[in-house]
Design a protein around this ligand. Sequence first.
Ligand code: HEM
Length: 124
Amino acid sequence: MSIYEQLGEDGIHAIVAAFYKRVPSDDLLGPMYPADDREGAEQRLRDFLVFRFGGPERYIEQRGHPRLRMRHLPFKIGIPERDRWLRLMSEAMEECDVPSPSREEMWTLFMQVADFMRNQPETS
Ligand code: HEM
């Protein structure tokens, strides 16, 4: 069973909503996200995860190949930003009480992708 099949559209939406609820007041991540397009940012992450977890390919239809690392280059992402993103996502997943095995599968992917997004030297 895919994560999409286990959680459904609503389950994935709820996690992304719980994540973005935390972003604006976050001192590190808040300023990075577009204040005038929060809804759009939420939709992009939601559609990406729906696609990545085995659901409809709306993200690809609208945004093309994800090229996530390239799309994150405009943002300064070092270890502190990576860890903060993961912390907010972990809180969001906790709030939504994500069931196993989706919980573990999602978390593995988030840790890998978040680390891959780093574009600052470790010492900075
Ligand atoms: C490592 C820490 C991360 C930071 C600081 C970060 C930050 C950002 C920011 C500021 C945006 C722009 C918001 C927008 O207008 O769409 C963005 C977009 C996005 N992020 Fe991240 N992100 C991180 C990790 C991740 C991870 C782990 C994933 C996926 C599992 C992810 C998936 C996306 C997607 C799909 C978009 C929209 C790309 C597009 O189509 O333009 N990000 N991220």
